[in-house]
Write a protein that binds this ligand. Structure first.
Ligand SMILES: NC(=O)C1=CN([C@@H]2O[C@H](COP(=O)(O)OP(=O)(O)OC[C@H]3O[C@@H](n4cnc5c(N)ncnc54)[C@H](OP(=O)(O)O)[C@@H]3O)[C@@H](O)[C@H]2O)C=CC1
Ligand SMILES: Nc1nc(=O)c2c([nH]1)NC[C@@H]1CN(c3ccc(C(=O)N[C@@H](CCC(=O)O)C(=O)O)cc3)C=[N+]21
Ligand SMILES: [Mg+2]
Length: 285
């Protein structure tokens, strides 16, 4: 049995909050308050948790947080109008449109409408392009938060075999880009992947982002692997859980991020860090 270490996102987040609080205080001396807006459509569970925790953290750090909550029946045009307004609102440094959107709305069209300078999710096509070729303007928050967390625990990615399960634009692909930039050997897997557990078992670092409660068990995990669980799922009792069956793998892994208390708080840290950085850019004209 291994000595297992918890990748404690909550702890890392509070450690990094101190520095961010100082940066916000410095901005306020220059009469600048970082501004973050969030557009939420409908009431997706994972999205609602995200909104609640962002609001809490933004208020704690002294960031101006604005929630725009539309009913699921909102039209694409109403949404695009709101985006245009935020693009031109000087008090808002960055904003995000929470995904998924209802089926009657074209996600690509919505993302395209976001001014890439305010795109704190890093979703706009030119930000995605910059991420893959280097020197990105903004970084997708979840991927960025995962890298901050691994860095905090001194997990070196250079030369490591990384396997990512899930290829979404919001998690899987940006994690791949960022880990590739750290010289990891990256494999991206998805629902068409054959022999998934065998491939996953080759990973030194396994990142799971699929949205299937407790899907990954020890058949997928090499002895001593580092496991990052991105899932925000609910178990059969309606309790929040991840994509990884924590109890099943805990004696196999060397490190694992729990749900809750792992990647979630780090996503918020990365998002807020980015908003503060954009506000600092505004302060420096
Ligand atoms: N903590 C955080 O900060 C965040 C958490 N999340 C959570 O992470 C999870 C994933 O989110 P997201 O990336 O948006 O999900 P999506 O639904 O957009 O993508 C899921 C991906 O997983 C793949 N997949 C689904 N089932 C399987 C399977 N059985 N085997 C292999 N691959 C599979 C899909 O494959 P295919 O492409 O072939 O369909 C797809 O690529 C969710 O629980 C979500 O709530 C998301 C964002 C941030
Ligand atoms: N455009 C867009 N960008 C996103 O980054 C995005 C999105 N849409 N849609 C929804 C998902 C989900 N997501 C979460 C982030 C943090 C927590 C979080 O704070 N989790 C806490 C929950 C603790 C609790 O309050 O119970 C934790 O894991 O400890 C949850 C979910 C970001 N997402
Ligand atoms: Mg849609």
């Amino acid at each position: 049995m291994n000595e297992m270490e918890i990748l404690d996102g909550k702890k890392v987040a509070s450690a990094l909050d101190e520095k961010m609080t100082d940066r916000v205080a410095n901005l306020k001396k220059q009469n600048i308050t970082p501004g973050l807006a969030v557009i939420l459509v409908g009431d997706n569970k994972a999205s609602s948790i995200y909104v609640r925790n962002k609001k809490r953290r933004a208020e704690k750090l002294g960031i101006n947080f604005q929630l725009i909550h539309f009913d699921a029946s909102v039209t694409e045009n109403e949404l695009l109008e709101k985006i245009d307004q935020l693009n031109h609102d000087d008090s808002i440094d960055g904003f995000i449109v929470q995904l998924p959107l209802p089926d009657h709305i074209d996600e690509d069209k919505v993302i395209d409408a976001i001014d890439s300078k305010k795109d704190v999710d890093g979703f706009a096509p030119n930000n995605v392009g910059s991420l893959w070729i280097g020197e990105p303007h903004t970084l997708p928050a979840t991927a960025s938060g995962i890298l901050m967390m691994l860095d905090f625990y001194n997990v070196d990615l250079d030369g490591k075999n990384v396997v990512i399960i899930g290829r979404s634009n919001i998690v899987g692909k940006p994690v791949a880009a960022m880990m590739l930039a750290k010289n990891a050997t990256v494999t991206i897997t998805h629902s068409h992947t054959k022999n998934l557990s065998e491939i996953a078992k080759r990973a030194d670092v396994l990142v799971v982002a699929i949205g299937q409660a407790k899907f990954v068990n020890k058949d997928f995990v090499k002895d001593g692997a580092v496991v990052v669980d991105v899932g925000m799922d609910h178990d059969e009792n309606g309790k929040l859980c991840g994509d990884v069956d924590f109890d099943n793998v805990k004696d196999t892994v060397s490190m694992i991020s729990p749900v809750p208390g792992g990647v979630g708080p780090m996503t918020i840290t990365a998002l807020v860090d980015q908003v503060i950085t954009l506000a600092e850019g505004r302060a420096n004209g």
